[in-house]
Design a protein around this ligand. Structure first.
Ligand code: ADP
Ligand code: TRP
Length: 334
């Protein structure tokens, strides 16, 4: 029987993973690893993608270890079927990205949201940002991933990945598995402290790995409306409640909803309850994260092990692709 298709996801190394990354992509991936012990799980640190925003090499190194530490602290270290690797350590990915770029219509890339957002804001756009979705497609297709756990914002990239895989398969014969996005049904787009989508690029994130006092401070900054303390409040339009719903259990959520509706319950109290719930939910991950962050050599070792396995799969796919395109097979692995 053929082995089941791998499950794969990537997180850019552009900072400490925030609550949106954890709930939208990382925890669903770890859950899938647990429920699918037969599948190989690839967790990528998208450090080449991060080059589109992070310019400082020292920061780049630290962020790579930060993402690795977060993955392991959240429970990836307990999954024998999961591996952790840096995109930059698998050169096959940039070669495949070139081949795929030659099959991707220009108009498709001008519609990609990262590119569109930046051009609309009048910000400078590099060729790297423009072709960003193709590098992501190469990440996914190189490992023949069947499922890709991501937040909703990545659906457009996944569509492009599927289309370019189909184009390649039609032109050169069956080569790539057509991947599917796996969106965790209970997790909507997580809101940031300003009420927009939580994102490192909006600087509106909640970093659950921060020291307690700082975490409280950030949560107290969540924007709320000006309903007076005594008045009833609408839980459905409040960012604090929306976040609480994602981290507290059903019973606690109903209790907070009742307090909102009754009035006499202020946003400051709701924020404190939210902060306490986050600290409780991530208590063990926070401790484990601090331990991993004090041991970079252990993280490095873990990454090297993952990269060796990833390279073997990547080389096999790339050789097939090269043969189909009429190039010599690669002479050495990489
Ligand atoms: P950011 O937008 O902060 O730079 P990334 O682009 O690195 O985050 O996202 C990594 C993963 O986390 C992706 O699968 C993405 O869909 C998911 N993700 C990011 N922000 C959110 C959010 N606010 N809600 C749910 N998932 C998210
Ligand atoms: N583009 C994704 C993001 O911005 C990160 C990413 C890179 C990724 N490679 C991937 C996600 C492969 C899933 C699969 O969040």
């Amino acid at each position: 029987m053929p082995s089941p298709s791998p499950i794969l996801t990537g997180i850019q190394s552009t900072g400490t993973p925030h609550l949106g990354n954890l709930l939208g992509a990382m925890l669903p991936t770890i859950h899938l690893a647990h429920t699918h012990p037969q599948n190989q799980i690839f967790c990528f640190i998208a450090d080449l993608h991060a080059l589109t925003t992070i310019k400082d090499p020292e920061k780049r190194k630290t962020y790579i270890y930060t993402i690795a530490a977060a993955w392991l602290a959240l429970g990836l270290d307990k999954q024998p079927n999961a591996l952790l690797c840096r995109q930059s350590h698998i050169p096959a990915v940039t070669e495949l990205a070139w081949y795929l770029s030659c099959l991707t219509p220009y108009a498709r890339l001008t519609n990609a949201h990262a590119f569109k957002d930046k051009t609309q804001q009048g910000l400078p756009v590099s060729g790297g940002l423009f072709t960003y979705p193709i590098l992501m497609a190469a990440d996914v297709l190189l490992y023949q991933a069947g499922q890709v756990p991501v937040g909703k914002d990545q659906l457009q990239h996944l569509e492009l990945t599927r289309d370019v895989a189909q184009t390649f398969n039609q032109q050169y014969g069956n080569t790539f598995v057509i991947p599917e996005a796996y969106i965790h049904r209970d997790v909507p787009t997580v809101l940031g402290i300003d009420g927009r989508k939580m994102s490192k690029s909006y600087q509106n994130t909640i970093d659950v790995f921060l020291p307690e006092a700082q975490l409280y401070q950030d949560i107290m900054r969540i924007q709320t409306d000006s309903t007076p303390l005594a008045a009833p409040k609408d839980p459905e339009t409040c960012t604090v409640f929306a976040l609480y719903r994602l981290v507290a259990d059903a019973h606690q959520v109903e209790a907070m909803r009742a307090q909102y509706l009754a009035g006499g319950y202020g946003y400051a109290a709701a924020k404190k309850t939210l902060a306490a719930a986050i600290l409780e939910r991530f208590a063990s991950a926070r401790e484990r994260f601090a331990n991993y962050m004090s041991d970079f050599p252990a993280l490095e070792q873990r990454l090297l092990e993952g990269e060796e396995k990833a390279r073997a799969v990547a080389t096999e796919t790339l050789q097939d692709v090269r043969t189909k395109l009429g190039y010599e097979r690669a002479l050495r692995s990489g």
